[in-house]
Design a protein around this ligand. Structure first.
Ligand code: CA
Length: 229
């Protein structure tokens, strides 16, 4: 992937720091978006294809640790670098244990931040392809594409987010509300809309009639993706 196509989200409530990082990254050719609250950060990552998050911990509405935990509930591959003034071991351990890939303390040199960003992207690029395979279903997390019996099937943005969420939670029943809040954010859609999306997904993955066991409905509760041997 070309560096220019990388989309980095900055989560930082301090205007000066936000502008400094934003301008620096733009100069380096990255696409940059910036938000200043935990809520906006989570919404952004659910709704947009994001390649990396630079995350401040002291945010006005919630702690950055909560953002890490929430993001990790639906993506294990999104690189998260904490950029925080908290310079104690406990904070670093907490953030890394929650799922942050790296931790940069303020004040920082831009060149060091750039190097750490490059390091994370190098890791993503050289790592084995992120493929999820279950029965006749394959999800290529890098290309954000879905294959059924080896044939690429077009999934809409929301269908893709739903199936990825189910895949990450393989074997676990996810409640309607859980799925809705993770795909659309709170107050985004209702259960009827979700049902319509699930019907669409089922149709797409059941073309040969064999994969109908892949996604199960727990009536009154939610949906689950079963492990197919
Ligand atoms: Ca802050």
């Amino acid at each position: 992937m070309d560096k220019k196509s990388k989309n980095i989200l900055i989560v930082e409530d301090d205007k000066l720091t936000r502008a400094q990082i934003k301008n620096g990254l733009k100069e380096k050719g990255y696409k940059v978006s910036a938000v200043s609250t935990a809520r906006e950060a989570i919404d952004y990552c659910i709704k947009t294809v994001c390649d990396m998050v630079l995350l401040d911990l002291g945010l006005p509405d919630n702690d950055g640790i909560y953002v890490i935990q929430t993001l990790r509930s639906f993506t294990n591959t999104l690189p998260i670098i904490v950029v925080s003034g908290r310079n104690n071991v406990e904070s670093k351990v907490l953030a890394l244990d929650a799922g942050a890939n790296d931790y940069v303390t303020k004040p920082f040199a831009m060149d060091e931040l750039f190097a750490r960003i490059r390091k994370e992207f190098r890791y993503v690029v050289t790592e084995e392809k992120h493929l999820f395979i279950n029965g006749n279903l394959t999800i290529d997390y890098d290309a954000k594409t879905v294959f059924v019996n080896g044939v690429e099937v077009h999934f809409t943005n929301f269908e893709y987010k739903i199936i990825v969420l189910l895949a990450y939670n393989l074997g676990k029943t996810l409640t309607y509300d859980y799925i809705i809040s993770h795909v659309w954010g709170s107050g985004g859609q209702d259960q009827n809309a979700l049902r319509v999306f699930m019907a669409g997904i089922r149709k797409k993955i059941s073309r040969d009639g064999k994969s109908s066991k892949l996604i199960r409905t727990d009536i009154g509760t939610g949906y689950r993706m079963n492990k197919i041997n």
